[in-house]
Write a new protein. Structure first.
Length: 202
């Protein structure tokens, strides 16, 4: 008589976690894993921005699980670049070491991060939002309007989120549309932005 077999297969193992020393400083979260896609280990991910070129061109993705999730230690996975593409508003991709749907399922909710040097060069007159964070914003008269702490994306335009001068973090913010009519000059290297804006516009 055949020996009894369990009706439940052992959970598929994820690729080994990386040592903390291998986790680069300054990684940028660019997407989040939505779900498994198909049966062969593909991931379906939601990019944080409309332009997903950095996700598609990077050699490696750095993945971090939710803080309280089991086995959520950081992992670096090599992207099979010819097996990554846009899929509607999402990206689908196959990573080395992920060959089963169960493994892909285990990564639901994980963050995908990239190094800044993995981003392709921005086109003339375009900027990555991560490069705008921390920029000091002044107007034509030299008045300090605040420091960029984030961006809001809408169908119509992007909007700079500024922490007002002297305000505590998380308090009321100043919002300036990121359009040519209001943003006159961006100096990424100098972390400065010149805006046609007055404090009483808020």
């Amino acid at each position: 008589m055949d020996s009894p077999r369990s009706s439940h297969a052992a959970p598929a193992a994820l690729p080994a976690q990386i040592d903390a020393a291998e986790w680069p400083e300054g990684l940028i979260e660019v997407a989040r894993v939505l779900d498994a896609w198909g049966v062969r280990g593909w991931l379906k991910v939601a990019p944080a921005a409309a332009d997903a070129s950095a996700l598609l061109q990077a050699e490696c993705w750095w993945l971090q699980g939710p803080e309280l999730a089991p086995a959520s230690a950081p992992r670096r996975l090599r992207l099979q670049r010819r097996l990554a593409r846009r899929h509607g508003h999402s990206v689908v991709a196959l990573l080395d070491g992920i060959g089963e749907r169960a493994q892909a399922d285990a990564l639901k909710g994980w963050s995908i991060l990239l190094r800044r040097q993995d981003f392709p060069p921005a086109d003339a007159g375009e900027f990555y939002w991560v490069d705008l964070i921390g920029c000091a914003v002044r107007n034509r008269e030299g008045l300090d309007l605040g420091v960029v702490v984030g961006l809001l994306d809408s169908a119509a335009q992007s909007v700079l989120r500024l922490q007002r001068p002297g305000a505590a973090a998380g308090s009321a913010e100043r919002l300036i549309p990121f359009v040519d009519a209001y943003v006159l000059e961006v100096d990424v290297a100098g972390k400065r932005i010149l805006a046609d804006w007055q404090p009483d516009y808020d």
